[in-house]
Design a binder for this molecule. Structure first.
Ligand SMILES: NC(=O)c1ccc[n+]([C@@H]2O[C@H](COP(=O)([O-])OP(=O)(O)OC[C@H]3O[C@@H](n4cnc5c(N)ncnc54)[C@H](O)[C@@H]3O)[C@@H](O)[C@H]2O)c1
Length: 469
């Protein structure tokens, strides 16, 4: 630890009496944390989880412009994923403004369930690590990053169940105490157009928000529908690879896909819902053995009685919609219209949202990419040592998402407090996982897996479970 505090006082000067001791402790907390080392201007980055988003996040990191930055270590459980990602990032950097930002020697590429530790061991205190594995591993990886004093970017969702959420709330508090900067990949929160809409709603321009609606209705998406496990891969690695299909790994397609729309609606309402009820079902899974429903329909209720209605669907051949809307006592708004970006945020004087004549406001300008903005802001905060920690909000969004999923999967009303206190840990012992470990979820004799059965207990791994599956 440096002998001089960030305020420029020596530690001895600060601990001359008990009052000053407290101040020293506060500042010591700051100076032991992820404050970027001023002696070396290059911010080093490690990537844990080298799939689609991890690769994209690494490119976003290397594209920040506030100072020199380098990718120096990578970790995955599949060699081919790491190699593909390394090639993609190197290709992106080749002959571009990112030239020279990729320096990952062979000995700093790590494979295995403990690879995350080895990649983080290549960093120095104050550097930054990216977590883009399936969300079930977040608390495991985050705990190690905190011990090492590293700043973090972690993808959403950050938790999938009650016990994991409680762990992450605690870790989040620890990371704040250590002054670590932590970004959570709910990038829409960094969108300027949505930000302007939020300000206008807070100004009262739409009156009170009484209704929000969110839709993510598409065909088959990512790995949410899985065929039976083929030969040549272990049960564990099959489930990790196809994590959208398995609730323990991702919260299923509900948590993974719908969290963005839920989060942006709750942002506009400036509140988290207090309870959820919902339904859903499997119509067309055919030979697919994953645990997801084809449709989800969830009603969230806020403390003031306002509602958020959410529709999720992954059935090909139907009307498709990826949008969120807000309705208030004095007007209505498009929060997002066709995916994450651009969102085309706008506000109407009426409820119909159809006629240009009713338009009260629209962003109407190009929208900078929020995936890049979230990184620009995180790296600026690291370099300037300004407060930046999105963990609490990220856990809240993940928990509220899990609350709706549990309501649909059980057919029960689930409150925020019940979800937070919920004792079903979907995958215990993830911090001790090795390639030889049994998968958290066991297939039955016919190669299928337990699926949620609203209104009924279900048998999972040979035991009857009253809750989710
Ligand atoms: N913010 C967004 O818009 C957005 C978009 C896509 C994905 N995501 C999130 O990013 C995360 C990854 O999604 P993806 O689409 O990149 O999936 P992916 O399958 O392409 O990538 C995940 C990678 O993590 C690796 N991995 C799995 N377990 C690991 C472990 N324990 N240690 C190290 N590596 C491990 C996998 O082998 C794979 O390479 C998810 O949480 C997802 O929700 C966010």
């Amino acid at each position: 630890m440096s002998e001089t505090t960030p305020a420029g006082l020596s530690r001895r000067e600060m601990i001359t009496d008990s009052g000053k001791l407290a101040a020293a402790a506060t500042l010591a907390g700051l100076s032991t944390g992820g404050v970027f080392a001023a002696s070396d201007d290059t911010l080093r980055v490690a990537l844990v989880g080298c799939g689609g988003r991890g690769t994209g996040a690494a490119v976003n990191a290397l594209s920040t412009k506030s100072g020199p930055i380098k990718l120096v270590a990578m970790a995955d459980v599949f060699r081919d994923r790491l190699d593909f990602s390394y090639k993609a990032i190197s290709h992106e950097a080749l002959g571009s403004k990112l030239a020279g930002t990729v320096e990952v020697p062979e000995e700093q590429k790590f494979i295995g369930f403990d690879a995350y530790k080895k990649a983080m061991d290549c960093l120095k205190k104050g550097d930054v690590v990216i977590f883009a594995t399936p969300p079930a591993f977040r608390w495991v990886h985050f705990g190690y990053a905190i011990d090492k004093g590293l700043n973090v970017f972690m993808e959403k969702p950050v938790t999938v169940d009650g016990p994991g959420s409680r762990k992450m709330f605690k870790l989040g508090e620890e990371s704040v105490k250590k002054n670590l900067k932590v970004g959570v990949g709910l990038m829409c929160r960094h969108c300027d157009a949505r930000g302007e809409l939020f300000k206008r709603i807070k100004d009262g321009q739409m009156g009170d928000l009484t209704l929000l609606r969110a839709y993510r209705q598409a065909g088959r998406t990512a790995m949410e529908a899985s065929p039976p496990k083929p030969a040549g891969i272990t049960e564990l690695l099959y489930q990790v690879k196809r994590f959208h299909s398995f609730i323990w790994a991702s919260g299923g397609c509900y948590s993974d896909f719908l969290i963005h729309n839920i989060d942006e609606c709750c942002w506009m309402k400036d509140a988290w819902p207090v309870e959820a009820s919902g339904s859903g079902g499997r119509h067309y899974r055919d030979k697919m053995i994953d645990q997801n429903f084809d449709v989800y329909s969830v009603e969230y209720t806020f403390a003031d009685g306002a509602k958020l209605f959410l529709e999720g669907r992954t059935i090909p051949g139907c009307h498709q919609q990826f949008a969120s809307y807000a309705q208030g006592t004095k007007g209505s708004a498009v929060i997002s219209q066709s995916g994450h970006t651009p969102c085309y945020a706008r506000m109407y004087k009426t409820q119909s949202m159809k006629s240009k004549d009713d338009l009260a406001w629209e962003w109407g300008k190009p929208e900078p990419n929020p995936y890049q903005l979230e990184w620009d802001q995180l790296v600026q905060a690291i370099r300037k040592d300004t407060p930046y920690n999105e963990v609490k909000r990220g856990v809240e969004a993940s928990l509220v998402t899990a609350m709706g999923r549990l309501a649909a999967h059980t057919g029960k009303i689930v409150t925020y407090d019940e979800m937070l206190k919920h004792d079903q840990e979907l995958a215990p012992g993830l911090d001790k996982l090795t390639f030889e470990s049994p998968a958290p979820l066991q297939a039955t004799a016919d190669g299928k897996y337990a699926v949620p059965m609203p209104g009924q207990p279900v048998k999972v791994n040979g035991k009857t479970v009253k809750w989710e599956y």
